[in-house]
Design a binder for this molecule. Structure first.
Ligand code: NAP
Length: 457
């Protein structure tokens, strides 16, 4: 069975507290790891126990014996990531705890900190020989991976100098959501969809990530980032790549990532609409005259034989009327043999949030009438499996322990994603104001009309 040492760089942060520690707890409860040590590293002075206590409210179904195990396994060290001389504290702690707990030297380094720290931590981990161990050593990089193509290339170069690509795990936690993994299963474990999955039968594809929340306490980060960099560059483009990729030779990490990279390379932007919610500039830590976009609607095309001419519409925004993450495959209208012709067309909707599942809409006969009506065949994943569904971060950690890179983004994919965003950012776009709780700026109506489509929200 697996055993390893988790080294969380950024252990006092929000991600470690809310997601990573609870995910490790769940792996212990489910016996996915039998022995582990957790070494938290950050700048603040903290006591291990006090720091661990901050995570407890985020741990569900607490069991006393497992909490005790977690407490025994947890150690905290305070260092400045930029000061190489302090890394010897990590070396000593790891040697000590691995020996004491009889661990085999498998090390999972999780960089739960800002991308500005990635270069420095990468170099120092390597130079201090922390990644040279008798077990495996793998390094996980949180999103965002840089803030444009240039910075992402710089981080990739720094990593490539010291680590092999098979040691490197770039996180996009959307890829570890159960229903997102299901996209591959829907497509390749069934014969009914693949023959239709192309320009001959698909009218358009819509990928939506809308949130009711605003920027909350993240004003400082968000104002420098905006919707395009925060979610389009990563989650939305990865969902697009999974939906549009060709059938991989095998479902191996490299084959899947080869196919996704081919799609990302071919993405062309046809139309862009940006927006900002009213009162955004009154949020704390946001510039008073900020033009940062909190909304984006995009029309993209994939220039290959399968998809040429099929619009891929992406939409995301904050302070919108609904919380929704979904992918819609809208099929073309059938030849009309009936009178009246069916109004609805077939649709496959993959729901990622808030409820998980997928549904296909078909036309059936309306009882007692000679006309059609749309009917829905629904698979509700949340209804059947909610309690057993692992959290995305549990899946992330489990995959790293298993050495499975299929849920992680390769260097070339990241760079194509940034290229697409940099191209949009290099052009000047109006940023339209929109009402909080609406479906976006007024200009969205024109966008929708122009593209002869209807959003699935
Ligand atoms: N929070 C989430 O749910 C979430 C989700 C997805 C992605 N992410 C990404 O994950 C990363 C971390 O997010 P977060 O929300 O946890 O950020 P955060 O709360 O600001 O935490 C940053 C961590 O890095 C440490 N740190 C920063 N500079 C340091 C230095 N020079 N030396 C030592 N420690 C240093 C901080 O330590 P001190 O506080 O002790 O100084 C803190 O532990 C970000 O890139 C974020 O975008 C977060």
């Amino acid at each position: 069975m697996n055993n390893c040492t988790f080294i969380i760089m950024g252990a006092t942060g929000d991600l470690a507290k809310r997601k990573l520690i609870p995910a490790i707890y769940n792996l212990i409860v489910k016996n996915k790891i039998n022995k582990c040590a957790i070494v938290g590293v950050a700048r603040s002075e903290q006591k291990s126990k006090a720091l661990l206590n901050l995570s407890k409210p985020f741990i569900k179904r607490k069991e006393k014996s497992v909490l005790n195990k977690l407490e025994k396994a947890f150690h905290y060290i305070s260092i400045d990531f930029n000061d190489f001389s302090e890394y010897k504290k990590i070396v000593h702690t790891l040697d000590e705890v691995e020996k004491k707990q009889g661990l085999s030297g498998n090390r999972l380094f999780y960089l739960a900190t800002l991308p500005e720290q990635f270069d420095s931590i990468t170099k120092h981990l390597s130079k201090s020989n922390l990644t040279k161990t008798k077990g495996w050593s793998r390094v996980v990089y949180e999103k965002p991976f840089g803030n444009d193509l240039k910075s992402a290339k710089k981080i990739n170069k720094c990593i490539q100098r010291v680590f092999k690509e098979d040691q490197v795990y770039r996180v996009d936690h959307y890829l570890s959501k159960e229903i997102v993994e299901n996209i591959v299963f829907i497509r390749f474990a069934n014969t009914v969809f693949e023959p239709l999955w192309n320009r001959k039968y698909v009218d358009n594809v819509q990928i939506v990530l809308s949130e009711k929340l605003g920027v909350e306490k993240r004003g400082n980060f968000y104002d420098k980032t905006g919707a395009l960099r925060d979610v389009v560059q990563n989650h939305l483009l990865q969902l697009l790549a999974l939906t549009a990729m060709e059938e991989p030779e095998r479902l191996s990490a490299d084959n899947i990532r080869d196919e996704k990279a081919r799609i990302l390379k071919k993405v062309k932007t046809k139309d862009v609409l940006l927006g900002q919610y009213e009162q955004y500039t009154k949020e704390s830590n946001v510039e008073k005259n900020s033009r940062t976009e909190t909304f984006a609607a995009l029309h993209l095309e994939i220039n290959n034989t399968r998809w040429k001419g099929v619009p891929f519409f992406l939409k995301t925004g904050k302070k919108l009327e609904k919380n929704q993450v979904s992918i819609l495959i809208q099929f073309k209208r059938p030849k009309c043999l009936l009178d009246p012709c069916p109004e609805a067309t077939n649709r496959l909707e993959i729901r990622i949030q808030p409820d998980l599942g997928f549904a296909i809409e078909l036309n059936a006969k309306s009882p007692g009438e000679s006309k059609t009506m749309p009917v829905k065949m629904n698979f509700c994943h949340s209804c059947l499996f909610a309690a057993n569904t692992p959290s995305a971060y549990e899946t992330v950690l489990q995959a790293v322990i298993n050495g499975d890179q299929s849920r992680f983004v390769r260097n070339d994919e990241i760079e194509y994603q940034w290229k697409a965003i940099d191209r949009i950012k290099s052009k000047k776009h109006n940023v339209h104001t929109y009402k909080q709780g609406s479906d976006g700026p007024k200009a969205l109506e024109k966008f929708t009309k122009q593209h002869n489509m209807r959003w699935n929200v």
